[in-house]
Design a protein around this ligand. Structure first.
Ligand code: SF4
Length: 263
């Protein structure tokens, strides 16, 4: 089986994993069916990624303490944000406090810069760490981390992931970097199949949420978790998608290429 056939094979196999495999200990307050759907999507992505890596004999270089990709602009759906908020409120008040301080800053950036096509690239180059990172550089919500984070993997040296490193490569260093890129890499040196898995499972989760809640909200990770702690946002969620659009639009958080999306 060549690389393309293998990709097609693994990407087409999207039957769900067994619900009995889920860790239900962390399932407490949000809509239990939705919570289970989030946990299942995470488990599903882990299983598929592991299977893919085994088939391709790929060993990822990602490990605890390596957090360059945690400076990227991470986008999640409402269910995954609720899932994380629930975890932080129940078990990690200090991390939640850090996020509560960061949320308004990110919302201000969205309001001002959501239309800029280069916004995520510029943001990454600023090297702003995710507020869910510990001071030691570990993900404080690693077992519950979003699909987007799980889908970013590489088997190439981790120093290529640091903000600005790849664009700055010149001469022999650039040639050495490009010489390591294979058909299973892209964008850049990241593994493309796990990323495609994460995107497909995120879209599937948004569909499930639309069936259960009637709509979803998609936006930046820290600011969406922050919004879930705001009474005006809670009230709008209870009233429905039109009310959510209204409160987000009023504050200039809605729309643009990198603002919130409700649908
Ligand atoms: S949620 Fe965890 S893995 Fe994702 S960006 Fe934040 S610290 Fe990194």
């Amino acid at each position: 089986m060549n690389h393309q056939e293998l990709n097609n094979h693994v990407l087409n196999d999207f039957s769900p994993v067994s619900v009995s495999m889920l860790d239900t200990r962390m399932i407490k307050a949000m809509n239990p069916v939705l919570r289970q759907a989030v946990a299942r999507a995470h488990l599903d992505l882990e299983a598929r990624t592991e299977s893919y890596l085994t088939q391709r004999h790929l060993k990822v270089s990602c490990c605890k303490g390596c957090f360059s990709c945690c400076m990227a602009w991470v986008v999640v759906g409402l269910a995954e944000a609720e899932y994380l908020r629930e975890q932080l409120e129940a078990h990690q008040p200090q991390v939640l406090a850090r996020l509560e301080a960061e949320g308004p800053k990110r919302l201000a950036r969205i309001a001002q810069q959501k239309h800029r096509p280069d916004f995520p690239t510029r943001y990454f180059l600023e090297a702003n760490p995710c507020p869910l990172l510990t001071p030691e550089g570990a993900c404080s919500v690693h077992p519950q981390r979003p699909l987007t984070c799980r889908g970013v993997l590489t088997n190439l040296p981790a120093h290529y992931c640091a903000p600005g490193v790849v664009p700055a490569l010149r001469g022999k260093e650039r040639a050495a970097y490009q010489g390591q890129l294979k058909p299973w890499h892209g964008p850049e040196h990241y593994l493309n199949v796990p990323w495609q898995y994460s995107e497909r499972l995120a879209q599937k989760l948004w569909s499930t949420e639309k069936q259960l809640r009637g709509f979803t909200v998609v936006g930046e990770l820290a600011s969406l978790i922050y919004l879930l702690g705001q009474p005006y946002f809670h009230k709008a969620l209870a009233e429905g998608p039109a009310a959510v659009r209204q409160v987000l639009s009023k504050r200039k958080f809605l729309g643009g290429e990198f603002g919130f999306w409700v649908g």
